[in-house]
Design a protein around this ligand. Sequence first.
Ligand code: NDP
Length: 257
Amino acid sequence: MSKTLSGKVALVTGGSRGIGAAIAKALAEAGADVAISYAASENRAKAVVDALRPKGVRAQAFKADQANTDEVNGLVQAVVRDFGRLDILVNNAGVFAGGSVTERANNLDEFDRLVAVNIGGVATAVRAAAPVLHEGGRIISIGSVAGEVSPWPGLADYSATKGVVAAYTRGWARDLGTRGITVNNVAPGPIETDMAPSDGEMRDALIAGTALGRYGKPEEVAVLVIFSRAPRPVTSRARRSPWTADSVPSQAFNCSA
Ligand code: NDP
């Protein structure tokens, strides 16, 4: 991969594993210095950093709970302090919880956690990053096709959080576009990670909905993040990746950016 991001500094929230770790690796391979955050997986975060540094870039892990406004603000400040600048913010950290509205009525703690991490953490990070991003800056959030469609019962709360991120993306793109900063939302279908293990109970239903008949890989999402970082001013646009069918049911389990 050509080092198109040499001299740039990227922050990937939730970079200790899964999609975030793959994005961190792709950014480092493109030459960017990379900061990652994590909530609990200190050893896994260190392992990611150890794998990035041999690529010739600076890399560092920071513990910061996306549900804690002070910690997210502190994370962005620490990255700017330690790396000297911030060019790319990837809002990747997220949590999943399922259950119908009747079940959820008795589990408000889980609902609050979904909202705090998937919405609050993203909004706080963008508020903290927007003043320090320069012209050419990029904000890329990992949403979900579940932000656009609801193929089963029990997804409403998670879908709502990802729908909010999509709406925020359109608004932030307007707010920041005149400063030359683009804002995009990558919306994957099922990707094989701890959050969506390929031996999980939803395996058959998830695969049946995909155009390719398989789970996506974290690296395939990372490709879209790198594309969204492209120098040309693509912002707040929905584009279907080449491996995505056009019909809504097929889109539902594939990937868009
Ligand atoms: P994983 O569960 O594999 O990884 C989640 C990452 O987020 C970890 O690095 C985790 O850190 C971090 N994280 C979780 N909660 C917090 C928190 N409160 N504060 C800081 N970091 C946190 O998830 P995926 O890689 O699958 O998902 C990444 C993103 O992609 C999420 O936003 C998810 O909603 C989205 N997505 C995933 C899909 C899938 O099928 N997998 C499909 C569509 C979207 P730690 O290791 O310390 O816990």
